[in-house]
Design a protein around this ligand. Structure first.
Ligand SMILES: Nc1ncnc2c1ncn2[C@@H]1O[C@H](COP(=O)(O)OP(=O)(O)O)[C@@H](O)[C@H]1O
Ligand SMILES: [Mg+2]
Length: 348
């Protein structure tokens, strides 16, 4: 649905203080999927997503939407093509001087659509986002969640194929965030709209995305389907993001505080293992204990539901001869279990 080919964006290209906001990013978003882009502030997420609808012209690279190269279109053609793309923002961007209904109708005016038809459409959109009673309210009379619902209704007015969401829930409290994410999921399932979600919160990715790209310094440094990313993160930055949502991350402050349960005997290893399936954890651990003459002391285990799939994780201390520990690690590797060493007393 969206294809970005070697997109770069440099601000102030000829100046000494040039900013390389996006560096050679290529990615594809499939029809009907919810695609997440996660990164810290300044990573280039907003710039990249603005390149999709050419609110920002890339310095280099091509943008395709539904098979059409947007970067090759004339301004008039582009205006038309843009109607296939809706966008919502962290700050909602509603016009304060217009009512809710007028905000939603905005992009339909001057389109040649008869007024009665516009009114009918606005009514249906308001029903869809469950705000029928707010048609004549002013934006200032709405809560943050209601404002975002209006912004979503407005974005849907042109029946877009794609919805771009730039930190759409970042200004909302956790409960409102859940309800907006639920609404996005509904648009995706019921209307088949392809959604791109920009966020700095792993919880958002975990809740609704099918695939995800991790951005750092203008580059996509890791991309995967969400379950595989959780099961086997490749980059440190990805692990850092995962820590923010997993109960297993409770181990890090304990290690930092040198809590007694995290103290190791010489030769021990403290590890965090992640499994793509929840049910493998028990057999795996009993098998390693027997096969490698290893003592495994489980500190905590966890079950997470990611995109509807249960996944397991265990934090444990391995105690045994160096060969036994090495054997167990090789075994885990052969089983494609992701292992993060948290504390290592093997050489101590
Ligand atoms: N219009 C602009 N002019 C100059 N620099 C910009 C502009 N927009 C963004 N940047 C810079 O580009 C980098 C990426 O910004 P942005 O895309 O907003 O990142 P993110 O959305 O991940 O926080 C930042 O260093 C930012 O300061
Ligand atoms: Mg941003």
């Amino acid at each position: 649905m969206i294809s970005l080919e070697h997109i770069s964006k440099t601000f102030g290209a000829n100046r000494p203080d040039a900013v390389h906001a996006v560096r050679d990013v290529s990615l594809r978003v499939r029809p009907g999927e919810i695609y997440g882009i996660i990164g810290y502030s300044g990573a280039g997420k907003s710039t990249l997503v603005r390149c999709v609808n050419l609110l920002e012209r890339p310095t280099a690279g091509k943008v395709f939407l539904d098979g059409v190269e947007l970067t090759a279109l004339k301004e008039s053609e582009l205006r038309l093509a843009r109607k296939k793309i809706g966008m919502i923002f962290q700050q909602f961007n509603l016009l304060a001087g217009r009512t809710v209904a007028q905000n939603i109708a905005m992009s339909l005016q001057y389109s040649g659509i008869p007024r009665a038809q516009i009114r009918e459409k606005v009514k249906r959109l308001l029903e869809y986002v469950e705000l029928s009673d707010k048609a004549n309210a002013w934006p200032s009379q709405l809560s943050g969640g209601q404002k975002q619902r209006v912004a979503i209704a407005r974005a849907l007015a042109n029946d877009p194929k794609v919805l771009l969401c730039d930190e759409a829930t970042s200004a909302l409290d956790p409960q409102t965030t859940q309800s907006i994410l639920g609404l996005l999921q509904r648009l995706n399932r019921e209307l088949g709209i392809t959604i791109v979600v920009i966020t700095h919160e792993m919880a958002v990715i975990k809740k609704i995305c099918h695939r995800v790209a991790v951005m750092e310094n203008g580059e996509v440094v890791e991309e995967n389907d969400v379950i595989s990313l959780f099961a086997d993160p490749k980059r440190q930055i990805t692990r850092d993001f995962l820590r923010t949502t997993s109960n297993l991350s409770g181990i890090y402050p304990l290690v930092e505080a040198d809590a007694p349960i995290t103290r190791l005997r010489p030769g021990d290893l403290l590890v965090l293992m992640r499994y793509g399936k929840a049910e493998v954890s028990q057999p795996l651990i009993s098998r390693m204990t027997k096969q490698f003459d290893l003592e495994i002391n489980i500190l905590f285990g966890d079950l997470e539901i990611i995109s509807g799939t249960p996944m397991g994780g265990t934090v444990a201390i391995f105690h045994g001869a160096p060969e036994a520990i090495a054997g167990a690690l090789a075994f885990l590797d052969s089983e494609h279990i992701s292992v993060e060493v948290i504390r290592d007393a093997r050489e101590a």
